[in-house]
Write a protein that binds this ligand. Structure first.
Ligand code: HEM
Length: 520
């Protein structure tokens, strides 16, 4: 069998990596280890790009070097995302034949710059870029997050108990969807929220399409429930109170005559990107910061720079005003922690379809029909980019080294400064995540509000934080899903017992520049 695979392999293609079990070995590796399997193979072989033959004949070209990733991203028409992205969306949405015909018409812009697929980015990117629409979303979500945290204020010194994952998931599902959908937000109904997480949990099984009504029963039921909720939302006219992000996608689909029920189906799929990665990133942020006292104290040390205390008329009470806008220039450690959290936990893989036989960098033949994969985890775990401490969680890793008074780099900052293109949590090129600014701001805002107001202490193990694993994460996730729930006692911070809190965010300028494209 290996002979058959080798015979089909052109010597100019990237080196083929054999598997221990012929034909299905790589499939088993991917099912068990997901994107981390690609990193394991890179460590074993050290190739800049390698080929994996799948049993049904598809060739996967896995790119491991940032130089070749740049070369792939420079050819978005021949190494194209839309044919993959649209098929992926259709398989998850369960959309109708009519809608699929509309979605796949001129899918890659071969016949000009028109069609649903070509127009998607034209409406999504502006809606989520710094400007009025993003500002409007922030003006809703910041007070909503602040109100969620107000809800954790205990009447007595014992504090209140929450499950970390459950709390973040519920509060952010409701606040983010409120800010996207406005007054008629369907996710105000608990059944719709639960249905979404059932759907999300079954994404991979739905995508595999092996008797999904049995293998992914709960996920399919959840999807149908959300679709009906969105259908009622669109029919009610409530979208008029929603964000430009929601309105402009709806208008684009309606302009291309997508049936209403299919607009509702595609909306359910877009929500995966909108909700899941941000929510998981917030959970990992809180986990890493609170489970390591030195990270917590480093973050707390830099926050007073953005806080102002105002005496209140009520005796002994103080209003603490925290300027989230000023995080950017005053809280580099918090920003670096955010990037390090994503370096460790982001699992997204940028995918491109090879539209014609292509010679990459005049060297590697990529055959038509093959898939080019650029898994973030491969780049994020490369010691040649991050140095020997690549596997350590170093919350200062992304600080720009600043020379001390005597001209040397301070000891705390002695690590390799990675090139910006090595940070791939948001993908890159024409498919760079449009939600990165929103996700960054939301994550930083939730984190800063917790760090300033509350202590979090695990209820079990004598207050020690457990090690959290993420083995159950499904293969479609862009950020790892924590396996364990941690029950926490939340208490107010000592010294702030008589404080009330106010959080301000002005404008929508990026809070943090994390990707090479934004730096350029
Ligand atoms: C920490 C949170 C997030 C992470 C790690 C993340 C990551 C990603 C990644 C890896 C991609 C694919 C990039 C590629 O193929 O090169 C992507 C695409 C996308 N993301 Fe995000 N994302 C996050 C939050 C968000 C949010 C909050 C939104 C919406 C408000 C969003 C909307 C999208 C959309 C619409 C796409 C598809 C872009 C396209 O089709 O070209 N993401 N994201």
């Amino acid at each position: 069998i290996s002979g058959i695979v080798e015979a089909r392999h052109d010597a100019r293609e990237p080196p083929a990596l054999p598997s221990k079990i012929p034909l299905i070995g790589h499939v088993i590796g991917l099912l068990q280890k997901k994107a981390r399997y690609y990193a394991q193979l890179r460590h074993q072989q050290g190739a800049q790009i390698y080929s994996l033959a799948m049993p049904e004949g598809t060739k996967l070209y896995v790119v491991t070097s940032t130089k070749l990733i740049d070369a792939v991203q420079r050819q978005p028409k021949t190494l194209a995302f839309p044919p993959v992205g649209v098929k992926f969306a259709m398989s998850l949405a369960g959309s109708s034949k009519e809608a699929n015909n509309i979605a796949t018409d001129n899918i890659n812009g071969e016949d000009g710059d028109y069609g649903l697929s070509m127009d998607f980015n034209k409406v999504v990117y502006p809606a989520l870029s710094p400007g009025k629409s993003l500002e409007a979303m922030y003006s809703i979500i910041i007070p909503r997050i602040a109100a969620s945290l107000d809800g954790l204020k205990a009447e007595n010194s014992k504090g209140i108990t929450i499950g970390l994952t459950q709390w973040v998931r519920h509060e952010l599902t409701v606040t983010i969807t409120d800010c996207v959908y406005g007054l008629g937000n369907p996710f105000r109904e608990r059944a719709v929220e639960d249905a979404f997480w059932d759907f999300e949990n079954d994404l991979f099984r739905i995508m595999m399409n092996l008797l999904p009504s049995v293998s992914a029963r709960k996920g399919i039921q959840g999807r149908e429930l959300i679709t009906n909720a969105f259908l009622r939302y669109f029919q009610s006219g409530a979208l008029a109170t929603g964000s430009v992000f929601a309105q402009s996608r709806y208008a684009n689909a309606a302009k291309h005559n997508v049936p209403l029920v299919d607009i509702a189906r595609f909306e359910t799929v877009t929500l995966i990107g909108t909700l899941t990665s941000t929510i998981r990133t917030v959970i990992w942020m809180l986990y890493h910061i609170y489970s390591n006292p030195s990270i917590l104290s480093d973050c707390r040390e830099e926050v007073p720079k953005i806080m102002t205390a105002f005496p209140m008329s009520e005796k002994n009470r103080t209003l603490q005003s925290l300027d989230i806008t000023a995080l950017k220039s005053n809280c580099p450690i918090l920003g670096s922690t955010f990037q390090e959290v994503l370096r460790h936990h982001a699992l997204g893989t940028s995918v491109r379809q090879v539209m014609h036989d292509t010679l990459l960098e005049n060297r590697y033949l990529l055959k038509k029909g093959g898939m080019v994969l650029m898994p973030s985890v491969v780049v994020h775990s490369d010691p040649s980019l991050w140095g020997p401490s690549v596997n350590e969680f170093n919350h200062r890793r992304f600080l720009r080294p600043s020379p001390s008074a005597n001209g040397t780099t301070s000891k705390k900052q002695q690590h390799r400064t990675p090139p910006p293109s090595a940070f791939r949590a948001f993908g890159g090129g024409t498919t760079l995540c449009p939600g990165r600014h929103f996700a960054t701001t939301v994550t930083m805002a939730v984190t800063i509000m917790f760090v300033m107001r509350y202590e979090l202490r695990p209820l079990e193990q004598g207050g020690r934080w457990p090690h959290i694993t993420a083995h159950k994460t499904h293969a479609v996730a862009a950020v790892e899903q924590p396996d364990q729930e941690i029950e926490l006692e939340v208490t107010g911070r000592e010294g702030f017992e008589n404080s009330d809190w106010m959080f301000r965010l002005e404008g929508s300028e990026p809070m943090l520049t994390t990707v090479a494209e934004d730096l350029a």
